[in-house]
Write a new protein. Structure first.
Ligand SMILES: [Cu+2]
Length: 582
């Protein structure tokens, strides 16, 4: 290296350090920087190998010219990309530089339960100033992520992506890949968000008062529907608890204005590893002008299915192949489910190009099916006119049904404001507001495992778990009891096959996540039922999964909306005996 080159490098480095030091640009890992040519490129700088050090610390984070306080890993939001290989041994030395306990949970990874990273369930947590050594063998491949399981740190930026390369040939062919971490960021401290939600559940719903106002949800509803919602003091626009008043939606740490851009060359098959790391946001994801070929879900390969849009819950990951052929920019549009805001990114042949950003679509309205009345119609589809007739003729019978708590065998107190009277299986539902968007939207019944599942024994028993809550008081629970009530764990015998039916007695969708396992969504595809670690249970509906309880230990089982878990929609699943017969 000659002197000129050396000094040029030093100059470059000092420019980079200086820029960051002056707060001109947020610090991003290279893969998350705008204009990245993708993961295969030099300089994308993932962390790999057998020994990886991660430092959790409080770091300033700047978005749209404003600086907040984030909890980061190795100084970045999102945290560094961990690129591992199936079959390798890995050792993470995780040091907590916060003044509160912290942790890392490896989301979707099959690990010994003591390495799973859930304080109070699998280990005590990492005290301030301490280092915890995680060590395990990587037994799988695909797209995953990691995040804090302590307090509300996930809402403060404590998350990052994991990509695991297969030991054998990848069945998915692609020329280039990008990781896209979707998330939500708030300048408010999470505790003040909770405080406001408890004061009034619709605090962040700016359209709360518009049932009869200018955007007039009322004008789009029939008289009977309107009376039902009014009688039950429910708001058909009350879809997300925390909307854009409090959140900035991010792609790889970039706001819509900052427009994270990933590069491609026309004609390439581009693999997008999309991870919903948001604490509280469901995204409706589409790329106008490109079809989305879904090739993996929650890290598990599926038979390719091509759609125009899909809804992603917090905790889910989708691997998508897109094949842009034109020399133009494409907008990645990720609307929040309540359509109050969006995350946005760009795929382009070179930097500086922008696609058109479509406007936010009309706010969707909840229906009687979302209130657990799906069983009143054939197929559980939406038939507003039919529902309306029923509502008018029954004269409040529905309200009576929803308040009837005698049909369940768990304690029903103030924390449960409704029991779905006639819930139906809604795994065929694409998600609120996506029933009639005029193009193909994915639903869970479209998903089939790429290779048949090895274990297809019929379940030996079925258990039911009700997802319960009181929306007005922001109380959330399972079977009417919140986790902090000291509830009994759900017990499975080791290697038992069991069907778990989740019944959503609330008017919000809940993404339910089981640690340490993959289960198969019961969607009619027999041995090709898709394997997942997270399942959306639609409002007022049910969803079932089959589980082979083959991972001994204690595992968290919870809603992945962070504030719902925090409020108590969580259980421990215990699989026994442990190794050695304990
Ligand atoms: Cu939830």
């Amino acid at each position: 290296m000659n002197m000129t080159e050396l000094s040029r490098r030093m100059l470059l480095r000092s420019a980079i350090v200086g820029g960051a030091g002056m707060g001109l640009a947020p610090l991003f890992p290279a893969w998350a920087q705008s204009g990245t040519p993708g993961l295969a490129a030099k300089g994308s700088n993932p962390l790999s190998g057998e020994h990886i050090a991660l430092d959790i610390a409080r770091t300033p984070f700047e978005v749209d010219g404003r600086t907040g306080h984030a909890v980061t890993m190795n100084g970045t939001l999102p945290g560094p990309l961990l690129r591992l290989r199936e079959g390798q041994r890995v050792h993470f030395a995780v040091t907590n530089h916060l003044d509160e306990d912290s942790s890392i949970h490896w989301h979707g990874l099959l690990v010994p339960f003591a390495m799973d990273g859930v304080p109070g369930v699998s280990f005590p947590g990492i005290r301030p100033g301490e280092t915890f050594d995680y060590e395990f063998t990587v037994r799988q491949n695909g797209t995953y992520w990691y995040h804090s399981h302590s307090g509300l740190q996930e809402l403060q930026g404590h998350y990052g992506p994991i990509v695991i390369d297969p030991a054998d040939a990848d069945p998915v062919a692609y020329d280039r890949e990008h990781v896209m971490v979707l998330s939500d960021w708030s300048f408010l401290h999470p505790h003040s968000i909770i405080a406001r939600l408890k004061q009034e559940s619709g605090f962040f719903n700016r359209h709360k008062s518009t049932l009869f106002g200018p955007d007039a949800a009322a004008q789009r509803m029939s008289g009977g529907m309107l009376r039902e919602f009014a009688a039950m003091r429910m708001d058909p626009t009350d879809i997300s608890d925390v909307s854009q008043a409090a959140l900035t939606l991010l792609v790889n740490g970039h706001s819509p204005q900052e427009n994270w851009t990933g590069l491609f060359a026309p004609g390439e098959r581009v693999r997008l590893r999309v991870i919903n790391s948001a604490a509280m946001t469901f995204f409706n994801l589409r790329i106008p002008g490109l079809r989305l070929e879904v090739v993996a879900v929650d890290g598990q390969n599926v038979r390719p299915v091509t759609v125009d849009e899909l809804q992603m819950a917090p905790a889910e990951t989708y691997d998508l192949i897109v094949t842009p052929t034109d020399e133009r920019a494409y907008t990645v549009m990720a609307e929040s489910v309540d359509r109050s805001t969006y995350a946005r990114a760009t795929l382009a042949p070179r930097m500086g190009m922008e696609g058109e950003v479509p406007g936010l679509r009309r706010r969707p309205l909840l229906t009687m099916t979302d209130m657990g009345m799906g069983g009143m119609e054939s197929g559980g589809t939406h038939d507003m006119a039919g529902m309306d007739r029923a509502a008018m003729s029954s004269g409040g019978a529905m309200e009576h049904g929803m308040r009837d708590k005698s049909s369940v065998d768990f304690p029903v107190g103030v924390g449960v404001d409704m029991i779905a009277p006639m819930p139906v299986d809604r795994t065929g539902y694409p998600g609120l507001g996506l029933e009639d968007v005029g193009h193909r939207v994915l639903n869970y019944r479209d998903l089939m495992a790429l290779t048949p599942n090895p274990n297809t024994r019929a379940p030996s028993r079925m258990i039911e778990v009700h997802l319960t809550g009181n929306m007005e008081r922001f109380m959330w629970s399972m079977d009417g009891e919140k986790f902090s009530d000291g509830v009994e764990p759900i017990r499975f015998a080791r290697d038992e096959r069991v069907r778990v039916k989740l019944i959503n007695d609330t008017m919000m969708a809940h993404p339910i996540h089981l640690h340490g396992h993959f289960f198969e969504i019961v969607n009619g595809h027999g041995p090709r039922q898709p394997k997942k670690h997270t399942i959306i249970v639609q409002p007022g509906g049910t969803a079932s999964f089959d589980l082979t309880a083959d991972e001994p230990g204690d595992w968290a089982f919870h809603c992945h909306l962070l504030l719902h878990m925090h409020a108590g929609m969580m259980r421990v699943v215990t699989v026994r005996p442990l190794e050695g017969g304990a």
